[in-house]
Ligand binder design. Structure first.
Ligand SMILES: Nc1ncnc2c1ncn2[C@@H]1O[C@H](COP(=O)(O)OP(=O)(O)OP(=O)(O)O)[C@@H](O)[C@H]1O
Length: 248
């Protein structure tokens, strides 16, 4: 399945939106079969970066390779799933009807729909109208719809927003099992404690990548006990380059 060293390679990526530089000369890689966390405050450019990797964002400069091909080429369509923050499922269909529809679109036999409902914890809502579900439940319907095509790369934009701790834990267990099965995941969040569940973390601030490292190395590099403090230390070091140096 994998004929590439990196699932994603981003080089010199610059994106301008509304006349502002939203992503500024980013370089990063994502290892296959791992969970990469994309962390940073609201408005730092997480969604824009995900859109660029998904191939739906106009870029000003740079290059993005996804699964060994240029981002956005038609042959990647089935291999890459992008679950947006706003749910993309039909409110006037039931959960099962939505999944049947997306299975048909993906050319997938819908026999295993129940398994995907179980994976996202929605078995009890199988016959509910999707429009009557909570925001977090609708996100999980979108996630199940994305999983149906068995994509190699999953781009998940804040999938755990608004979920209770039990559901958050269950979803992270699902992400971990997908990665163990060889899938590559990019998961964005602005909740720092979620970074600890990732193999690697990309810390984004004001359109710049301030670190790409494992959670453990981020703590070691910054001499901090938690990732929130590590982020603050790295942000301060970026603000004042002549000040405290944080080794790479
Ligand atoms: N359609 C647009 N037109 C112009 N500027 C935009 C547009 N969408 C986003 N931006 C700007 O791009 C910047 C990055 O936005 P982006 O949505 O990528 O951030 P984010 O980190 O995903 O934020 P959040 O966590 O709040 O979703 C922000 O400053 C935002 O104002």
């Amino acid at each position: 399945m994998m004929n590439y060293d990196h699932a994603v390679v981003v080089s010199g990526l610059t994106v301008v939106r509304g006349g502002h530089i939203v992503l500024d000369d980013l370089d990063l890689t994502m290892a296959p079969g791992q969970i990469t966390g994309l962390l940073g405050p609201s408005g730092c450019g997480k969604t824009t970066l995900i859109r660029a990797i998904a191939g739906v964002q106009i870029i000003r400069a740079g290059h993005i390779d996804v699964l060994g091909r240029p981002a956005g080429v038609p042959s990647l369509r089935r291999r890459v799933a992008y679950v947006t923050q706003a749910s993309s499922v039909y409110p006037d269909l039931t959960v099962t009807e939505n999944l049947r529809y997306f299975a048909a679109m993906a050319g997938v036999v819908p026999s295993g729909i129940g398994r995907y409902l179980d994976q996202v914890g929605l078995r009890d809502q199988a016959d509910a109208l999707t429009g009557t579900l909570s925001g977090g439940q609708r996100t999980r319907v979108s996630l199940a719809a994305a999983l149906l095509a068995e994509p190699e790369l999953l781009l998940l934009d804040e999938p755990t927003v608004g979920l209770d701790p039990v559901l958050r834990r269950d979803l992270w267990q699902l992400f971990r099992s997908l990665a163990s099965a060889g899938r590559t995941l990019l998961v964005s969040s602005h909740v720092m404690d979620e970074a600890g569940r990732c193999d690697e973390v990309l810390l984004l601030r004001q359109g710049r990548l301030i670190a790409q490292d494992s959670p453990r190395r981020l703590l070691a590099r910054t001499g901090t006990d938690d990732l929130e403090s590590a982020f603050l230390a790295l942000a301060e070091a970026t603000d004042a380059p002549s000040g405290k140096e944080i080794p790479a």
